[in-house]
Design a protein around this ligand. Sequence first.
Ligand code: NAG
Ligand code: NAG
Ligand code: NAG
Ligand code: NAG
Ligand code: NAG
Ligand code: NAG
Length: 450
Amino acid sequence: MNLQLILLATFVLLKIHGSTCATCSFAYATWGYGCQLSNQIIENETDLIVIDGEHVEGHGDEDVTWIGSENSRISFFPNRLIEHFANATRANFDKSQMTTFLQPVNCGRLIYLTLEDNLLGGIPDEIFTNCYNIRTLVLSGNNFGSVGENALIGLTRLDSLDLVNCNLSSIHPNAFSSLRVLTAIALSFNNLEFLDSNLFKYASWLNTVRLDNNRLRTIPEDIFLKDINLRLVNLSQNQITSISGATFSSRFWISGLVDLSNNLIEELPIFELTTGLTHLNVDNNRIKNIKPQTFEGLWSLNMLRLGNNLIEDLQPGSFQGTRSLTFLFLNSNNISELQPDSLNGLTVLRELWLTDNRLTHLNASPFTSMNSLWTLHVERNQIESIDRQLFHVLPSLSYLNLTGNDDTFSIYRDVNDNPIVPQIGTCSSGSITHLELLVLVFLLTSRYFI
Ligand SMILES: *[C@@H]1O[C@H](CO)[C@@H](O)[C@H](O)[C@H]1NC(C)=O
Ligand SMILES: *[C@@H]1O[C@H](CO)[C@@H](O)[C@H](O)[C@H]1NC(C)=O
Ligand SMILES: *[C@@H]1O[C@H](CO)[C@@H](O)[C@H](O)[C@H]1NC(C)=O
Ligand SMILES: *[C@@H]1O[C@H](CO)[C@@H](O)[C@H](O)[C@H]1NC(C)=O
Ligand SMILES: *[C@@H]1O[C@H](CO)[C@@H](O)[C@H](O)[C@H]1NC(C)=O
Ligand SMILES: *[C@@H]1O[C@H](CO)[C@@H](O)[C@H](O)[C@H]1NC(C)=O
């Protein structure tokens, strides 16, 4: 018997027992040529003694650029696989029931590593020190509990770190200190109650920070470096009761976004000068009042969401100084009356949402400076009358939605306070009470009222 035959026989035997061998399905994918470990069970080092599989014609192990693990169980981090396919740059061991790293991770040339939805119970110290090429590291869906001071040491080129849903309740203040080029971090869906103000001290390239769905009660006002270009800070779904006006006073990119929705904020600070922040979402908080000049420092603010709060009375000057505000959402508050100066400063506003409040009249005076207002939503209030002057002070108004207001609504006052019957859209005449619809949607311009 020749040697080859013996080897083959041993091989077949090993395969039957299935314990010393991992079999790749070699294939082309978006990322190039790679090894997909389909339906493999790799429980210990012995299972990786032989790595085989049938190559696509003309290819060999040296051509493998990615490694996958679809429907496989790989109970420890398979360093040997990475060593074997030393040219691989991407490895995906998601949903592999991995419970331990066993040894420091050998990343070889990997630039992308994902270990999502495994059973890893912690990040051992210095586990990634051989991972200086990694740009993207996805660790979400594990049960780490915390991130220690030395857990992420060595990831000096890391661009994006994903630790979503890792049951994190603490992060060491220095945990991210070696991640000097980090641009995006996702820490959503954890149990974080507190963040150290030094956490992002060295992250001078940071632009995207996802912290939504934690238990944060506050945010240190100096957590972000001041001269960076933030793009998105998501703090939605926490228990934040107050924020400082300085927290976001960094530079933002051209379309920066801060999401503070679904928290417990009772009062907004007067925001310090912040350029580039275009969207601010404070929906679903407990805001009752807005102090004058609150938003003046937000030079680029274009969209402001204040829906589902407890605002009853808008103070004069609440929006004073907003120079770019185009969309304002005040829906689902408790506003019953608009004071004459309460909407001052909204000179470039195009859309105003006042749906689901308790307005009974639409007076003209609060709207006098709103030359650009195009759309006014006042659905589901209790509006009984509209000042005819409204259409004169709002020269650009072309959409007014009154759905769900008082069904006896029929009174319009003209300049002499006489009732008038408007012409509505395609209806050439008829008083509103004659309309079948209690619900009125006007698509009109002021010329109908001249
Ligand atoms: C490796 O796992 C196999 C089962 O897959 C088991 O039979 C063997 O004893 C294990 N070896 C070691 C060294 O743990
Ligand atoms: C990596 O790729 C190069 C060039 O294709 C090849 O010469 C080398 O053998 C490969 N290394 C391994 C370990 O496959
Ligand atoms: C999350 O961590 C806590 C300890 O901080 C632990 O009691 C809890 O069981 C963990 N949750 C899960 C789903 O493992
Ligand atoms: C912030 O996170 C919440 C909750 O996960 C999500 O619904 C929302 O879309 C996010 N906001 C932004 C601006 O991405
Ligand atoms: C709205 O205001 C009315 C009276 O001003 C008050 O009775 C009511 O409790 C308020 N609703 C909420 C949700 O605060
Ligand atoms: C007016 O508002 C109602 C309720 O929000 C909506 O269903 C309807 O489509 C709107 N009408 C128009 C013409 O946009």
